[in-house]
Design a protein around this ligand. Sequence first.
Ligand SMILES: Cc1cc2nc3c(=O)[nH]c(=O)nc-3n(C[C@H](O)[C@H](O)[C@H](O)COP(=O)(O)OP(=O)(O)OC[C@H]3O[C@@H](n4cnc5c(N)ncnc54)[C@H](O)[C@@H]3O)c2cc1C
Length: 382
Amino acid sequence: MLNEFHVGRTQRLSDNPRLVQACKGAEHLVPVYDWDPSAHIGPHRASFLLGSLASLQRSLRERGSDLLFRVQPPSPEVQHLYRQSETLYHVDDLPTSLDRLPGVFTSFRRDLERHATKWCVPISAPESVPPLPEGMVCADVPTPAELGIALPEADERSAFPFHDVAFAPSEHAALAHLTQYLKSQRIDSYKATRNGVIGTEFSSKFSPWLALGIISARTIAESVRQYEREHGANDGTYWLWFELVWRDFFAFRAMTEKSVSLDAEPRTTNAPFHVWCQGATGCRFVDAAMIELARTGWMSNRMRQIAASYLIHELQCPWQWGEWWFAKHLIDYDPASNEGNWRYIAGQGADPRGGRRFSIEHQQQTYDPHGRYASYWLGEKR
Ligand SMILES: Cc1cc2nc3c(=O)[nH]c(=O)nc-3n(C[C@H](O)[C@H](O)[C@H](O)COP(=O)(O)OP(=O)(O)OC[C@H]3O[C@@H](n4cnc5c(N)ncnc54)[C@H](O)[C@@H]3O)c2cc1C
């Protein structure tokens, strides 16, 4: 019986309590990743994920271990490690038990503030990782091409250009990005800029690394806390924490609510859904967002909200179809955050408030008054 350690969505060595625990007293340990060949996964997401696993494999090899990559669905016993998000706060430290979790974000956040709830201080990487059993050899993590996934060219317009070393799917790049982000002091203006739609700098860009557990939310929050000690707290530092709490809220809700996302593929032949996916609705603002997603695997939070609202409220398609498409393409795909946000805009599940229907015209006037974003992705002058 192999002593398997499923890396799941904690693809890092530092601040990894589960790994430290698995290493304790083990004579041998086999770090494993099971790749489900039936999963619907687009080329950018596949590339980022495989890149992260290859990077983790290199780090493990440097410590005398390795990563066993298997093409098979994870067994039901370990499924949760591949779906569940790691949170900033430990579930046992929450002011209420999971079954009494507030249904509304604001109550959840206020409870944390009222109780001054603490997150666990990040821990170091294990000093050493137990070796594989004698004679066991692991092949290199495959490239997308080796799995039959054709890669489109890197698009230099990407807001998360993960083909550049600075945005690479590696623990080293994630930690360097955190350091650079705080050093640049861009966090001070985060609250004012976070609704931007073009470029690498308007928001923190932590999500792809967080989604695969290449960095932990604790490491980010702790560094922000240290930044506040040195430079003072401000709107920006508070708001970044606030957004990480949204992420926790969806993660904890997902642990208590039954997922209602689709098991089967949506009807891609449905005409409105098809044009939405292809970025061919005729609404330039929305089309630009869908082209950005297809070309890069990324879309800003503002454009995600607008594209989602358009699909649900203008095209009258089931929100699960959009959730499915985002899950396939987003390099930061996180089951809880994706489903939670889609449900929120559709007005279902936690914090319903009747859903969020955005006036596309108003959004465009507010966030892209000169049509720069639409031209940027659709490639035409207005
Ligand atoms: C329809 C829809 C689908 C989404 N799907 C995903 C998804 O699959 N994965 C994902 O990580 N985020 C998802 N989001 C949330 C949000 O759009 C991204 O987290 C954010 O755009 C990532 O960019 P950033 O790291 O620069 O975020 P920042 O604005 O810098 O925020 C910092 C961090 O806070 C968290 N965060 C911010 N906003 C949200 C939010 N609304 N919900 C949950 N966490 C948040 C993220 O971890 C993010 O990295 C979705 C939003 C919508 C409207």
